[in-house]
Design a binder for this molecule. Structure first.
Ligand code: FAD
Length: 414
């Protein structure tokens, strides 16, 4: 079989499928495998899968297992609410982990190499087609590759997605800056590296947590770009970064000089789609469900997709080793799109909550301060075991109203 895309989603899927005894060829457009950016947060619904893959100990040795997650008000710096991540680990059985993206990516890449995945770079797929009993991809070079199934993990600007839906990425007008601060600097000494902290403010937020056993402080600064709202092409520039955080507390403002100022990430998602399979071609990861990152589940959903697909391959293999791909893909499509739809819409709603201003901000702060630290009702549906069938999918709970467009039948049914 073929996997297109060597990001976290593609590598995770390739490993999961190889584990089931399948021969996997992975095609990556870039000249070398790699990940850009700094930290990534992995909740128990991901570390549970890493454990199943035998990769959790290595992941823990590369990352940090923090003690708590704290939400603060970005304007006055005060604490709003916190999660006890040690208690959370007891509840879900697996840790909350923060790790450098390139370390997670490298870990999955090495696992794929060990498992015998055929890893090919400089292979940009330009088209997909179904064939008799399989599917074929054609590369920019003109070369083609054929297999029983093609999994398209080709990210936000997926070529494969066009087979299923004629849509475009949706701009949130928000932009993210990232950066790391070395541990020897005073700024790092002044923070508790055992905390994942998010400062929420009017049209902006700021996140920090320790990486690589405390060698680095990871920082992310996110804000709504006035230039994007005005329809300008040149949006998200460093002058906008400084202006967006001008009214935040000293600790947040002092972090801005450490952001990488020559690269920024404009934040897009897409409207959820419920159809991910086209014959023997299936979407996975951001190609299927790119979210806004507010509940830190994008890469996790991609890892879950690969694990679920692997489990359904195991369930739909005959004794002669042949996979009933139509059944396995149907089972995958029966469960993953609805879960990911919920995550994508919830992420949007959390973003709105984080970025409130005026009276609404004050009301939010009152509610968050009153929250019981040990109330997990809003993450149970995310952090529990990944569902393999629609029946196993837990009811969704969100303490905040989703927009009218998100409160359809499916949500009511949940
Ligand atoms: P990608 O990472 O986009 O990988 C796609 C791969 O396919 C790339 O290697 C690309 O080169 C390759 N490719 C593309 N087109 C082709 C082609 N035509 N032919 C061949 N190869 C191709 N998620 C979390 O779980 N936790 C977090 O804490 C978190 N924080 C985030 C913070 C920010 C600021 C942002 C922007 C995102 C965050 N996310 C987080 C989301 C997460 O990064 C993504 O959802 C995840 O990386 C998607 O992985 P993917 O493999 O599906 O796609």
């Amino acid at each position: 079989m073929i996997v297109v895309g060597g990001g976290i989603g593609g590598l995770g899927a390739a490993y999961s499928l190889t584990r089931q005894g399948l021969g996997v060829r992975l095609l990556e457009r870039a000249p070398a495998f790699g990940e850009v950016g700094a930290g990534i947060q992995l909740a128990p619904n991901c570390t549970r899968i890493l454990d199943d893959y035998g990769l959790l100990d290595e992941a823990k040795s590369l990352g940090v297992v923090p003690d708590s997650m704290v939400m603060r008000d970005a304007v006055d710096g005060s604490e709003l609410t916190r999660l006890d991540l040690r208690d959370l680990e007891k509840r879900y059985g697996y840790p909350y982990l923060v790790i450098h993206r390139s370390d997670l990516h490298g870990l999955l890449l090495r696992a794929c190499e060990r498992a015998g995945v055929e890893l090919i770079t400089d292979a940009a797929v330009t088209s997909y087609e179904n064939t008799d009993g399989g599917a074929r991809v054609t590369l920019a070079s003109g070369e083609s590759h054929e297999a029983g199934v093609v999994i398209a993990a080709d990210g936000l600007h997926s070529v494969a997605r066009k087979l299923l839906v004629d849509d475009q990425p949706v701009s949130s007008a928000y932009v993210a800056y990232r950066g790391t601060v070395p541990a020897e600097l005073e700024r790092v000494r002044s923070v508790d590296l055992g905390e994942v902290v998010v400062y929420v403010g009017p049209s902006c937020h700021f996140v920090h947590y320790g990486l690589r056993g405390g060698e680095l402080l990871n920082q992310v600064a996110v804000f709504e770009s006035p230039k994007a709202l005005a329809g300008r092409e040149d949006w998200g520039t460093p002058d906008e970064l400084d202006a967006a955080f001008a009214k935040t507390c000293g600790f947040v403002r002092d972090g801005l000089p450490f952001m990488w100022r020559d690269k920024w990430w404009r934040m897009f998602d897409r409207e959820p789609v419920m159809n991910w399979v086209h014959g023997r071609i299936a979407l996975l990861g951001d190609s299927a469900h790119p979210p806004l990152q507010y509940i830190a589940q994008g890469a996790i959903m991609a890892v879950e997709d690969g694990w679920v697909l692997g489990e359904h391959v195991a369930r739909h293999r005959a004794e002669d080793g042949k996979t009933d791909w139509d059944a396995a893909l149907a089972a995958y499509e029966a469960v993953r799109p609805e879960h990911c739809r919920r995550v994508v819409t919830t992420s949007r709603a959390w973003g709105e909550l984080w970025h409130l201003d005026g009276v609404a901000r004050e009301q939010r702060n009152v509610l968050l301060r009153a929250r019981d630290t040990y109330d997990y009702s809003f993450v149970d549906w995310l952090y529990g075991p990944t569902a393999l069938t629609p029946d196993e999918e837990p009811p969704m709970f969100t303490p905040i109203p989703l927009s009218a467009a998100d409160t359809g039948d499916r949500l009511t049914a949940a």
